[in-house]
Design a protein around this ligand. Sequence first.
Ligand SMILES: [Zn+2]
Length: 333
Amino acid sequence: MSTLFDKIQGQDRPLKILKRAIESNRIPTAYLFTGPPGCGRKKAAIAMAASLNCETGGLACEVCSSCKQHTSGTHLDLHITEPAPGKTGILLDQIKSVIGKAILMPMQGKFSVFVVDGAHTMNMEAANTFLKTLEEPPATSRFILIAPDRDSVLPTISSRCQTLSFSPLGRNIVRKLLEREGIVGERAKLLSSMARGSMERALTYQSEEVPEKLANEFEPLASLHKSDHKKLLDLAERWGRNREEALGILDFMVQWYRDMMILSLEGPEDQVIHISHLPELQEGATALKAGSLSAILEAIEDARDDLNKNTNVELTLDRLLLTIRSYAPVQPI
Ligand SMILES: [Zn+2]
């Protein structure tokens, strides 16, 4: 018989541990699921919650009414907390609401399950308030926190959770999942190579729409290879104010230069993501040539590694932009 866990790809290790916990009926009061967004952490949290309340008494069967309500998000004992739209973090009031519900008896099933998706975005006050409940959890409540890695939440929080790490998805798995979404062929191949283990990221790249914040960055990006030194330093300052945003800019740059690479190699235009900027892309592709473009893509990946190692954000971008500029036919002044 298949279970909800079977719907999750590429996470055999953490899923095995979760299934064993259900089968042995020894379920920790709190888990911390770590890994990149879009690798199956939230699906696993829902499968776990459904298993705790499944009418079969075992692993989430998918077909009982409790399981169906878990997957449709209508079960009264499944509570998912995440940053509100337009907010970057989970607020104290949201955590207070979790605590208030956690002390009550479950309404439908045996357990109330609280999934905190983005546990790393709680501020200190919210985290400290949550801590008391994690220390002395009500007997019928279970908590599943989701964060990119263990170090991104307070040690006092992570030490009260059983940490399960989810791995970035392999390229083939992302490709398979994209094919299920109807994205096939070269496009699926390209997106899976850009996804860096995250289905969420692959789907973001799939659409030409870029986040509103980045919509104004097309112009500076398109003219990077002909900007003067001062303009590059100004850009690095603006793009380098915040590590997360800088990483977003790098993702955007990867798309941009891959598009140029495709054009430069005379690949099919339907692989180009930012097709509405075709003239700028074509101009860049002609100026930069395939050899330089692959060096630029490597330099972007190096910058990403540096940013993930906590280097100075602005300096890292400075170095990257000057490197990109150095590949253009006319050297900077
Ligand atoms: Zn069920």
